[in-house]
Design a protein around this ligand. Structure first.
Ligand code: KG4
Ligand code: ZN
Length: 356
């Protein structure tokens, strides 16, 4: 049998430029550069700034990943790249770089769905995913409960998605109203340490008896938090930010973990995987741990550095595709900024291999 290929993964869908190297399910090295500081004064990601930052960061980040892995360009056996979803200009930069490398090195290219990357991130720490498992994806742009089988071969089943804002979006937008810096999630997490989770009774959207058990909605919670802040501003002054942060974080963690554990129970699945930027939240992690333990469910959460966007997770999907024998993408493969999550590979040729 041929030696397993080393897969280079490239991520550039939002404000992080990431490169990672994976062989046979193992992370060999990765590097991430972020343009977050350049967006902070605008209170959110500015697409043009992100795209330009990727242009500058791509080569150094690939070099950084290779250095950390003790490898050379010539050792790369395949290139995987995020082709969607994400910011169009940002995705274009990563794809152009990946095509250039794949062509120059004469190795196959794979287009990867960003969210499948978040799922695969966990395999780099905890090994192959059990089939089936329930995955809760909570990022800045997406919130979904999924039933995942073989990530490289099978379609991904959506048990529920958010009807409006994503969980990370709710953190980011409320943080802004609370006067906390961008990105809001980590800022709320830090502020919440000094607050009391039951200081404010924020709503738990879509948790009533008649509600869809696996769908999410965070815009009402966002509005409730904004109203609470307004009431304080019109009252006697200082906003108790720590209490607001702790109560908001509790409401989000409560809804997310309650629905995820219910999905496991309803589908007879005993492994829950929580991934994406919001999986870095301390209360989400703690409450998921507590509720999974009580329900006899094994909880898997990637280490903090692999929860937020990175190239290692894209390499992890590429490595799974290579080992599953998926067809590579043609060199004229293009980006899909609003790609729905159906398969881990985003290019149609990989679908042909699946059908075979
Ligand atoms: O997965 P990710 O890095 O990028 C997307 O694909 O969106 O997720 C970014 C999101 C942001 O909304 C950020 O505020 C949130 O993850 N986030 C957190 C924490 N760290 C990152 N939210 C809550 N608590 C955290 N500690
Ligand atoms: Zn992401």
């Amino acid at each position: 049998m041929a030696a397993p290929r080393i897969v280079l993964g490239i991520e550039s869908s939002c404000d992080e430029t990431g490169a990672g190297l994976v062989r046979d399910g193992r992370l060999l090295g990765h590097a991430v550069a972020s343009s977050m500081d350049e967006h902070a004064r605008f209170g959110g990601v500015v697409p043009e700034i992100a795209a330009r930052a990727h242009v500058h960061a791509l080569n150094p980040v690939v070099r950084g990943a290779l250095d950390r892995a003790g490898l050379r360009l010539g050792d790369i056996g395949a290139v995987a790249v995020t082709t969607g979803p994400g910011l169009s200009g940002a995705l274009q930069v990563g794809l152009a770089g990946a095509k250039g490398l794949a062509y120059a090195l004469d190795v196959p290219l794979y287009g990867v769905h960003h969210l499948a990357g978040h799922v695969a991130a966990d395999t780099l720490e905890h090994g192959p995913l059990p089939d089936p498992c329930v995955v809760l994806i909570v990022s800045g742009g997406h919130t979904s409960l999924l039933l995942v089988r073989d990530l490289a071969r099978d379609p991904i089943t959506h048990l529920g998605d958010t009807l409006d804002d994503a969980a990370g979006e709710c953190f980011d937008k409320v943080a802004r109203v609370f006067g906390l810096p961008y990105p809001g999630g980590p800022a709320v997490d830090r502020a919440a340490r000094d607050g009391s989770a039951d200081a404010v009774a924020f709503p738990r959207p879509l948790t009533g008896p008649g509600d869809d058990p696996y769908a999410f909605s965070f815009s009402g919670l966002k509005t409730a938090a904004a109203r609470w802040a307004e009431r304080h501003a019109n009252g006697d002054g200082a906003l108790p930010v720590a209490d607001g942060a702790a109560a908001l974080q509790e409401a989000i963690a409560d809804v997310l973990t309650r629905k995820a554990v219910a999905a496991c129970a309803a589908h007879g699945v005993n492994t829950l995987v929580v991934v994406g930027g919001v999986a870095a939240n301390s209360r989400v992690r703690a409450l998921a741990e507590e509720r999974c333990r009580a329900a006899g469910i094994t909880l898997r959460v990637p280490p903090l550095g692999l929860c937020t966007d990175n190239g290692a997770m894209i390499a992890a999907v590429g490595d799974l595709l290579v080992r599953a024998g998926a067809e590579p993408a043609p060199l004229d493969v293009s980006i899909d900024p609003s790609a729905p999550l159906e398969y881990a590979a985003l290019h149609p040729t990989a679908t042909v291999a699946r059908a075979a």
